[in-house]
Design a protein around this ligand. Structure first.
Ligand SMILES: Nc1ncnc2c1ncn2[C@@H]1O[C@H](COP(=O)(O)OP(=O)(O)OP(=O)(O)O)[C@@H](O)[C@H]1O
Length: 280
């Protein structure tokens, strides 16, 4: 998969304010948010509910335009959705129910004219195989479990070989066990395909397991509180001392009122992260 196409950041988010205006009110979702996503990053947007994570992802997807600031992909300002930025959502109903699993995965390839039918089928089967669902190619979506539907959505997105994969809490609606399995599978896929990932979650544990870099956002409106380079933890690290320490550190960044001074990157900073803490 194409990841190392140039030397600079792949996605640049620069001083982005996102606002929603309705007739009655105006909501500022994010304020002055900047970050860079580099090729091959597993970049996490982490923050409490309402801090604007999904809004940032939608703006990166081209589904909404920032009120100020800009988002570029390899230097080009994003103004509309495009096949080089595929999205996977939390909802299980993101697959058209009248198409089989195979047709669902083939659909964007055909609609974008990226491939003709035979090639689209081959690519779709390849990625269905990667997510362990080749046997279910002819099944209708309503016959799948939630986890299987999310696997199809991931196969569909990866089949397009996007320059960046955008995931909005894709595992949040799954039970805890399935969620862990899916996190593990996503990491295994990343090892094979080395795609660039922008992933939204409000789970500290999920951010630590899935991410290579984590952007910690403050509560509404979302501002950048810190950016962390993470030592890759695996699911086996859950409960371990280093994992707990990392989770606590991020918790204290998210909720500074719990008694921690986050404005200094002190000697006690865990060895697994290089934190840039932003005062805001
Ligand atoms: N279409 C909309 N119209 C008006 N306000 C909106 C709209 N979408 C989001 N908002 C507001 O923008 C703010 C940020 O919402 P957003 O969904 O981006 O946050 P989030 O961090 O993804 O939250 P969650 O984790 O709960 O999904 C919230 O205050 C929300 O109410």
């Amino acid at each position: 998969m194409a990841t190392h196409q140039n030397d600079g950041p792949l996605l640049q988010v620069s001083h982005v304010d996102i606002e929603y205006r309705t007739r009655e009110r105006q909501v500022r979702a994010t304020h002055d948010v900047s970050f860079d996503v580099w090729p091959g990053d597993r970049f996490i947007l982490l923050g409490p509910s309402g801090c604007g994570k999904s809004s940032l992802l939608k703006a990166a997807g081209g589904f909404l335009t920032p009120h100020s600031g800009e988002i570029t992909l390899q230097g080009e300002v994003i103004t509309a959705p495009g096949p080089e930025r595929m999205m996977v959502f939390q909802e299980f109903d993101q697959l058209p129910p009248w198409k089989t699993v195979l047709e669902n995965v083939m659909f964007p390839l055909l609609a974008s004219r990226k491939a003709r039918r035979a090639e689209a089928k081959e690519t779709a089967l390849h990625f269905l195989n990667k997510v362990g669902l080749a046997e279910f190619a002819d099944v209708m979506p309503h016959m799948l479990s939630g986890g299987m539907k999310q696997r199809v959505a991931i196969a569909r997105a990866l089949a397009m070989k996007p320059r960046i994969l955008l995931m909005d809490e894709p595992f949040a609606a799954l039970d805890a066990l399935t969620r862990r399995t899916m996190q593990e599978e996503l990491l295994a896929l990343w090892e094979e395909e080395r795609f660039t990932l922008l992933f939204v979650t409000h789970s500290i544990e999920e951010a630590l397991v899935v991410g290579s870099r984590i952007l910690v956002l403050s509560p509404h409106p979302g501002r950048v509180r810190a950016e962390l380079n993470c030592h890759p933890f695996t699911l086996n690290d859950f409960g371990g001392e280093a994992f707990q320490h990392a989770a606590q550190h991020i918790h204290d960044l998210l909720f500074p009122a719990s008694g921690n001074d986050v404005s200094s990157t002190s000697d006690q900073e865990p060895a697994y992260v290089a934190a840039t803490v932003h005062s805001s």
